[in-house]
Design a protein around this ligand. Structure first.
Ligand code: HAM
Length: 409
């Protein structure tokens, strides 16, 4: 887990504001929901056989003995909220959330990470898949992150997936001596998980397994084809990855992942998601299809670093008010400037002019507004450029906000 301080946090702000702007233009509204949920939400929602639930969840008991967990991801909790409140369909929600997973920490993998995500509930139209996936793709582009690969797969549905699972279960049980230690004993319980395993033995032993997309029913074939065509239509070429079963058990039909080509492959997923047409029902709601994605902010910033985009802002302020007549002038002037939409700061503790000018310079402000005894008597201020070669001028104190607005454009 980690802290994010200013100025690094200003990049987070940029990322979040860009995301909110993009998804709100597409009709998604913000949802804020608790970090703690009843443990059953995740057991039933994500699946008690998934790694996230079995090995990574932060579970606790509250003072009245209820079994709770910190959310390891957003989707199950948001679907819980949907079931509880039953908003009108189609429901489009976006969120920003910390997510907690007891993973082995390393670069790009943390025990608390942060996700920006959307969930769209109430339709199984492939156009919804296209809208959701292309929104994520547009988000990376709008941040200037270009070296991104989109992978896609279909998990089938209740019609076609069970037969495929049986097919590979038998094959995997035959090959269990070739699988990694964990999956040798678990292949029979959740065979799809073996496809997600990143260990060499499992990758090798599953290389020639039949592909799920070759065993889809006609409805899933048509859905998958429309999604791929629609994405291509919008300039998002998706490559099929037959191993993309994803680590959460709620997925049906479309799954997808965006990977940053400049990051190490173990931690290069900068976003992923998929369709979950059975999740609402498994959390006690009426049959309601849905699709969404989550994007990890930390990894997104690592990808941005590798591509040299999203630089730190040069300064957080435009004006530093230097007051050497006691501080009350700076009080009024900063108040006035800020009320006029100008970023303005001051110092405290009655420092010397030299010390205040040094702070002004260090702040990155473009201008200093100086009030010394002469200015104070004449009810004026001195405006001094700290960068650039604007000449020094005196301005009437009551007009300073208007004057500075003009100067800063
Ligand atoms: P996920 O793939 O588990 O999906 O996580 C989404 C993203 O969060 C990943 O692509 C990655 O960028 C980031 N992430 C995950 N774990 C970590 C970690 N330990 N450290 C840093 N970043 C991490 C979900 O969570 C689904 N809820 C997405 C979704 C929404 N599916 C449907 N709707």
């Amino acid at each position: 887990m980690h802290d994010v301080l200013y100025p690094q946090s200003s990049r987070w702000e940029q990322v979040i504001v860009t995301f909110a702007d993009l998804v709100e233009r597409a009709g998604f509204g913000l949802i804020i929901s608790p970090l703690l949920e009843d443990l059953a939400v995740f057991n039933r929602g994500i699946g008690s056989e998934s790694d996230v639930v079995r090995k990574e969840m932060y579970e606790l008991e509250d003072r009245s003995g209820r079994h709770l967990a910190l959310r390891p991801e957003g989707t199950a909790s948001i679907v819980r909220a949907f079931v509880q409140h039953r908003p009108n369909l189609v429901w489009k929600a976006w969120y920003l959330t910390p997510a907690f997973r007891y993973e082995r920490p390393q670069a790009g993998r943390y025990r608390q990470h942060h996700q920006l995500g959307v969930e769209l509930l109430g339709t199984d139209d492939p156009e919804a898949d296209i809208e959701v996936i292309s929104l994520a793709g547009s988000f990376y582009r709008s941040l200037g992150i270009e070296k991104v690969k989109l992978s896609i797969n279909s998990m089938g549905d209740g019609q076609c997936r069970p037969a495929y699972i049986e097919l590979i279960r038998d094959l995997l049980i035959d090959r269990k001596d070739q699988l990694c230690k964990e999956h040798a004993s678990r292949a029979g319980i959740n065979p799809l998980r073996v496809l997600d395993c990143k260990r060499g033995e499992c990758i090798q032993a599953t290389a020639d397994l039949p592909h799920l997309v070759d065993h889809l029913c006609p409805a899933c074939i048509s859905h998958f084809a429309t999604v791929r065509e629609g994405l291509a239509d919008l300039g998002f070429e998706a490559e099929i990855n037959h191993r993309l079963v994803r680590g959460l058990d709620y997925y049906t039909r479309t799954t997808f992942e965006f990977s940053a080509l400049k990051l190490q492959s173990a931690q290069n997923a900068i976003g992923g998601g998929g369709r979950y047409d059975g999740l609402v029902e498994s959390l006690g709601g009426p049959p309601t299809p849905g699709i969404g994605f989550g994007i990890g902010i930390e990894r997104l910033l690592l990808a941005a670093d590798e591509e040299g985009v999203l630089p730190l802002p040069e300064s957080s302020t435009d004006i530093f008010v230097v007051d050497i007549v006691g501080g009350h002038r700076a009080r009024v002037i900063t108040h006035e400037l800020r009320s006029n939409g100008i970023r303005a700061i001051r110092s405290f503790d009655n420092r010397s002019i030299k010390a205040q000018l040094k702070l002004a310079d260090r702040s990155g402000a473009k201008f200093a507004i100086i009030v010394g005894p002469d200015e104070d008597r004449a009810d004026i201020v001195t405006v001094k450029a700290l960068r650039g070669d604007e000449p020094q001028v005196n301005v009437k104190a009551s007009l300073v906000a208007d004057y500075m607005k003009g100067l800063l454009g």
